[in-house]
Design a protein around this ligand. Structure first.
Ligand SMILES: CC(=O)N[C@H]1[C@@H](OP(=O)(O)OP(=O)(O)OC[C@H]2O[C@@H](n3ccc(=O)[nH]c3=O)[C@H](O)[C@@H]2O)O[C@H](CO)[C@@H](O)[C@@H]1O
Ligand SMILES: C=C(OP(=O)(O)O)C(=O)O
Length: 457
């Protein structure tokens, strides 16, 4: 068990480097399953818990996976089963992305149903509709989904009822080895879709139109392993941009691609933040009071739902009242209650949250209910009076590499404590309440009891 401790009040300055995109690397690792020849080498793979989870899924299928210095190597020539176990699929929805590759390469697959999660029910009907259109027979039972095809999948025209990122990716991967041409209409347009298409194309696939609403895939007979560099994580970048903006800072977010962050940049500029994009990153200068703005999440190129909670933290510190509308997920306001523990005034009405600005945030014990909620609470902690303790760190570890270290590098007063079970209750209580100086001295007094959490590597 661990938590982040944040002491508010520091202005952030300096430079922070963005890691590879979680939402790119996960489908790309899944797509490596399609390589019947050669090894796949995925560079700039961030050492995230989600990356470990998908690697475990691949290993359970018989693939060889190694990780070293942000490089993942996958040998999928050795896959021996097409059944992905509950043990790993339950941990992360993106595990379901192995279904398309397995179905098209092996002609059959059985995968545990991915669970719903805090932010919404997250059905998979569009993935299954796509597989059926490609000729697969789908059966559901005992918590598993089975898909079978009689020979090769056959290309088809598929219209997605919602522009689902995961369904677009799963269908693109399945269609890459299908016979004939597949067209996905109302496809998702996210940069991660383009990254996956580039990866598939360098493996030998023929995918055209990624990044637009219509993607055309001409099936090929075989794909091979390649080396690929994952794009920088636009949501991690947006989170550090928000950290600079909320603290009145001046931060260079190295590696951030302005083209991928259009709506985030537009909203921050509307708030009065100066954004200077360059070839190798984005500089964010926040030297004026922030102005309230309204935000509505939408599929790309709209405002990303994965930045909604971080934006709400900023709006709490802006002048005026803002309206935040979440249209992508039906339950993505769980952070509101946690913000309220920090003295925030927010009223939720259905999919809309009315945020009262100029909040005097106070440090509190709060819980990350999902990945981005955790990031948003840390942002609020950076400007709160006193100390904020954010638990639920396993959510944050899914998507942020060395978050405390990166923020400390910019001057934030944040660190992570891990309480070993052996620590007496009284000491745990004391530490939980401790001021940083006290926690630091406890670290020295009891070496081994406190530690920076190791990453999975
Ligand atoms: C690993 C990954 O890339 N995760 C991202 C991906 O998730 P993910 O791929 O799961 O998100 P989707 O784009 O599929 O979901 C968008 C909406 O479509 C609905 N839906 C989806 C599939 C389906 O078959 N039926 C259906 O109704 C969902 O419930 C949701 O309301 O895109 C989301 C939306 O940008 C991001 O928040 C996630 O960070
Ligand atoms: C919702 C997210 O991810 P996932 O789809 O992996 O749950 C996210 O990255 O904010």
């Amino acid at each position: 068990m661990s938590k982040f401790i944040v002491r508010g009040g520091n202005r952030l300055t300096g430079s922070v480097k963005v890691s590879g995109a979680k939402n790119s690397v996960l489908p790309i690792i899944a797509a490596s399953l399609l390589a019947e020849e050669g090894e796949s080498v995925i560079v700039d793979a961030p050492p995230l818990d989600d990356v470990m989870t998908i690697s475990k899924v691949l290993e359970s299928l018989g693939a060889g996976v190694t990780y070293h210095d942000d490089i993942i190597q996958v040998d999928a020539r050795t896959i021996s089963t097409c059944e992905a176990p509950y043990e790993w699929v339950r941990k992360m929805r993106a595990s379901f992305l192995v279904m398309g590759p397995l179905l098209s390469r092996m002609g059959r697959t059985r995968i545990s149903l991915p669970g719903g999660c805090a932010i919404g029910t997250r059905p998979i009907d569009q993935h299954l509709k796509g597989f059926e259109a490609l000729g697969a027979e789908i059966n559901l039972g005992q918590g598993y989904i089975e898909a079978k095809s009689n020979g090769r999948l056959r290309g088809a025209k598929i219209y997605l009822d919602v522009a689902s990122v995961g369904a677009t990716e799963n269908i693109m991967m399945a269609a890459s080895l299908a016979e004939g041409v597949t067209t996905i209409e109302n496809a998702a347009k996210e940069p991660e879709i383009v990254d996956l298409a580039n990866y598939l194309n360098s493996m030998g696939a023929v995918v055209r139109g990624a990044g637009t609403g219509v993607i055309r895939i001409e099936g090929v007979e075989r794909l091979h392993g390649v080396k690929h560099h994952v794009i920088p994580d636009r949501i991690e970048a947006g989170t550090y941009m928000a950290a600079a903006a909320i603290t009145g800072g001046d931060v260079f977010v190295e590696g951030a691609i302005a083209d991928h962050l259009g709506p985030v940049i537009a909203k921050m500029e509307e708030m009065g933040v100066t954004i200077i994009p360059s070839d190798n990153g984005i500089r964010v200068i926040s030297d004026k009071p922030l102005k309230a703005v309204d935000v509505k999440t939408l599929p790309y190129p709209g405002f990303p739902t994965d930045m909604q909670s971080q934006m709400m933290a900023l709006l709490l510190r802006s002048e005026g009242t803002s309206v935040v509308t979440e249209t992508v997920f039906e339950n993505r306001f769980m952070h509101v209650e946690e913000f309220q523990h920090m003295n925030a005034e927010i009223k939720v009405e259905g999919r809309t949250a009315i945020v009262t600005g100029n909040a005097r945030l106070v440090g509190a014990k709060v819980c990350a209910t999902d990945l981005r909620a955790g990031a948003a609470l840390i942002l609020a902690g950076l400007v709160a009076d006193g100390t904020t303790e954010v638990s639920g760190t396993h959510h944050i570890d899914r998507g942020y590499v060395h978050l405390a270290e990166k923020l400390s590098g910019l001057g934030a007063d944040i660190w992570r404590v891990s309480l070993e079970d052996s620590l007496p209750e009284a000491a745990k209580e004391e530490t939980a309440k401790a001021e940083p100086s006290r926690a630091a001295s406890l670290k020295e007094e009891a070496p081994g009891r406190f530690q920076i959490q190791p990453s999975w590597v």
